[in-house]
Design a protein around this ligand. Structure first.
Ligand SMILES: [Zn+2]
Length: 197
């Protein structure tokens, strides 16, 4: 989603070289594919992720993850940070989307974000909250039905009045060029979908 590539085009991101970034062969593959722009290279071995915390268990607690994100922002003031909690997904696989446990977990995640977002806005961050997929009542995702393909996107921009629920539908492939614009870095030619801001 943040590389604007379709899933089958993305080099396997599961293999990290000791938590320092994508392994060299994956970095080479990205370069072969023409990704030389700054922020993508930040994910690669050449320009490793400067400050990150990685986890491997789906049951890694969301409160710990969000606390770490808050700490990383306070300590390092990064230009870009990706926070990827697994808790809602994990709960969905265990209990299904049509369960109180799933709904309560999503609500709790909103409360965790509510503790952090005002601080991040004060620090001047643009905040995008979305999901890479949904979940269905059968406890899976990855199919083509709307409940697993359609996810909300919240954009919170300091100094920009909110527009409420616009009902607009955008492609996930628009997120990467949007993030480029927000970071003030050029949009690579390979990103064909228009940014939303
Ligand atoms: Zn999953």
């Amino acid at each position: 989603m943040t590389t604007h590539l379709l899933l089958d085009e993305v080099p396997n991101p599961d293999r990290y070289d000791g938590g320092q970034g994508i392994a060299q062969e994956q970095a080479d593959r990205l370069e072969e594919m023409g990704f030389t722009d700054h922020w993508l290279r930040c994910r690669c071995h050449h320009l490793v992720i400067q400050h990150g915390r990685f986890y491997s268990e789906d049951s890694y607690p969301d409160p710990e993850l969000f606390a770490t994100a808050g700490m990383l922002v306070r300590r390092f003031n990064p230009d870009y940070m990706l926070v990827h909690p697994m808790g809602v997904d994990d709960t969905g696989h265990k209990y299904g989307a049509d369960s109180s446990k799933y709904r309560v977990h999503a609500m709790r995640q909103g409360m965790m974000l509510a503790d952090l977002i005002p601080e991040w806005m004060e620090r001047g961050y643009n905040i995008l909250v979305t999901g890479d997929h949904g979940m269905n009542a059968d406890k899976v995702h990855g199919t083509t039905t709307s409940e697993v393909r359609e996810v909300p996107l919240f954009m919170i921009r300091p100094g920009v009045p909110g527009r409420g629920d616009t009902n607009e539908v955008i492609s996930q492939l628009q997120l990467a060029p949007t993030i480029c614009n927000l970071l003030g870095v050029p949009i690579p030619e390979t990103m064909k979908h228009p940014p939303i801001v």
